[in-house]
Design a binder for this molecule. Structure first.
Ligand SMILES: Cc1cc2nc3c(=O)[nH]c(=O)nc-3n(C[C@H](O)[C@H](O)[C@H](O)COP(=O)(O)OP(=O)(O)OC[C@H]3O[C@@H](n4cnc5c(N)ncnc54)[C@H](O)[C@@H]3O)c2cc1C
Length: 511
């Protein structure tokens, strides 16, 4: 075994029983007997229940649970610090939601911005993150990500990721061009990290090996129980354990409990995001925060199996429900739109737009080829084709046309196209849920904190499993928050887990 010491405890137990060693054991109480044999009888799970039966004990310096963007970053960072790492992933592949993402990371004052003569700073960056949540989230977390984002981009570049600055599309709510898109998107970005982890002598990757519980001794986390190859349970002991298991987007029960408004959302979530890391932390008395916060996307087409171009709305497209009524100012963030779409009859609505808008939509031909466009020459014909109430539809459209003339409509929309002349198109859409933004409360380097503010020694949380900074409840979200949280805290947690012993660990505030 190249990176850890393996104790074949079960073999030892078998040998002991086969050799008929009855004299000593028979004379001591059963509990002491366990202690003497494997020295772990006082190990429990997070619930305080006795350890499950396990076949082997491995030891490492840093144990990383979950192999998405956060886990890969933590593992590579801990290995950089010279530590041995075991990275366990419950699925048969690494990457998680990070691989599904667009691979776009916001950062200020980068070389790419300087090359493009873009003057930006961390304060503007922080304000853009605070605005969607009305400045309600933890300031220390936000300033930690804004201050570390540039370093994270540079570290990812050292890993081999190539970033280009997006300068032709100012993301909704952002005051500057600061989105750095990885070549190959989320897939390209994660494949670089996966290759590096697989080729790193200090990192042992175990696929198809879910952590099933934390291992706890004397109120400290000393590792985890892992079902290796989905077969035998093993105990992996570590000086520090980093939870990188993400949120609970794929756990229907938890969505129903915390975010019922999204229960009917199309689940565009990573399958591994089932929330157990959060539950284990809670079992140990950890505080959770922002459990009602999430990132949705308001324009998902089930026929297309993906999002429709949101800029259609920003260029003057409107949303009409199945009664024929508009229901919101469409010029807002994609996540904010998502619960409003889901609240409509049948949880589906129509995105309606005109020819001038279609002419500027690069993917229009793809939508046509995919057969998702409903076409009409006039608004009356469109209402008939959509089978919506003609009068309601007409009144909604008249309100919008009035808005174009006056600069504001009854839904408080103030951003309009020059005209809304036909021909017209409609696409049926719903909203999706991508990931949750609440979780375990940590300090600014990922130490998990109890309700009383003390830290749980040996346990770190980073990425989607930790308290987010997008919103305290609801869909408030700034584009890029998910990956910022994954990479910045993955890096910090990996560094501290590698360089601080359990005994030395203290609360850190980097703000
Ligand atoms: C479709 C989609 C698009 C997105 N687009 C963007 C975007 O463009 N920009 C952005 O900033 N954010 C985006 N996000 C959000 C972003 O991807 C996440 O916030 C981020 O990737 C979370 O990283 P993570 O490492 O915490 O989780 P993940 O990358 O999901 O990794 C968690 C890993 O832990 C594993 N795991 C879970 N439980 C266990 C267990 N018990 N034992 C072992 N392994 C376990 C999972 O299988 C998974 O591999 C998107 C999300 C989705 C779903």
């Amino acid at each position: 075994m190249k990176k850890h010491i393996s104790f074949l405890l079960c073999c030892l137990m078998v040998i002991v029983s086969l050799t008929g060693c009855t004299t000593v054991e028979d004379n001591i109480p059963e509990q002491e007997n366990n202690n003497e044999e494997n020295n772990v009888s006082s190990v429990t799970t997070s619930t305080g229940d006795p350890a499950p039966e396990y076949t082997e004990t491995l030891e490492t310096d840093v144990l990383v649970l979950g192999g998405g963007g956060t886990g890969l970053t933590s593992a590579l960072t801990a290995a950089e610090k010279g530590k041995n790492v075991i990275l366990v992933e419950k699925l048969g592949y690494l990457g998680g939601a990070t691989m599904l993402s667009a691979g776009i990371v916001p950062a200020a004052e980068t070389k790419q911005q300087k090359e493009a003569n873009i003057v930006d700073n961390q304060d503007l960056f922080a304000r853009d993150i605070f605005r969607p949540n009305s400045y309600s989230v933890r300031k220390d977390l936000v300033y930690t990500v804004t201050e570390n984002a540039k370093n994270v981009i540079e570290w990812l570049e050292e890993q081999g990721v190539v970033f280009n600055l997006v300068t032709n599309n100012l993301y909704y709510g952002q005051s500057n061009y600061r989105m750095h898109v990885a070549e190959g998107g989320g897939q390209g970005l994660t494949s670089v990290l996966i290759d590096n982890a697989n080729n790193n002598d200090k990192i042992e990757v175990m696929l198809n090996s879910p952590a099933i519980e934390l291992a706890v001794e004397d109120d400290q986390v000393i590792g985890a129980f892992v079902k290796r190859d989905n077969k035998d349970i093993i105990l992996i002991k570590a000086e520090n354990t980093v939870l990188c298991t993400s949120g609970f987007g794929a756990n229907k029960e938890m969505i129903a409990k915390y975010i019922p408004e999204m229960i009917n959302a199309y689940p565009y979530v990573a399958p591994g995001a089932t929330g157990e890391g959060i539950i284990w932390g809670q079992n140990l008395g950890a505080a959770v925060a922002n459990m009602k916060a999430y990132q949705g996307h308001g324009v998902y087409s089930e026929e297309l199996k993906g999002s429709v171009d949101l800029n259609i709305l920003y260029r003057g497209g409107i949303l009409v429900n199945k009664n024929g009524e508009r229901f919101t100012n469409e010029h807002k963030g994609y996540s904010e739109l998502s619960p409003e779409v889901l609240a409509q009859p049948d949880h589906h609505v129509y995105m309606v737009f005109n020819q001038a808008n279609a002419d500027e939509t690069a993917k229009f031909a793809d939508y046509d080829a995919a057969g998702i466009l409903i076409k009409a020459e006039t608004l009356e014909e469109l209402a008939t084709a959509l089978n919506v109430d003609q009068e309601k539809f007409k009144s909604s459209i008249n309100d919008y046309l009035d808005g174009i003339e006056k600069g504001q409509d009854s839904l408080n929309r103030t951003f309009f196209p020059e005209h809304f002349d036909g021909p017209y198109y409609a696409i049926e859409i719903t909203a999706d849920l991508r990931h949750t933004q609440g979780g375990l409360v940590t300090d600014t380097v990922g130490h998990v904190l109890r309700e009383d503010g003390t830290l749980i020694k040996g346990l770190y949380a980073a990425g989607g499993v930790m308290e987010g900074f997008s919103d305290t409840a609801g869909p408030g979200y700034m584009s890029g928050n998910g990956l910022l949280q994954a990479f910045v805290f993955g890096r910090l947690a990996g560094e501290y887990a590698a360089t601080t012993t359990r005994a030395e660990a203290t609360i850190v505030n980097l703000e």
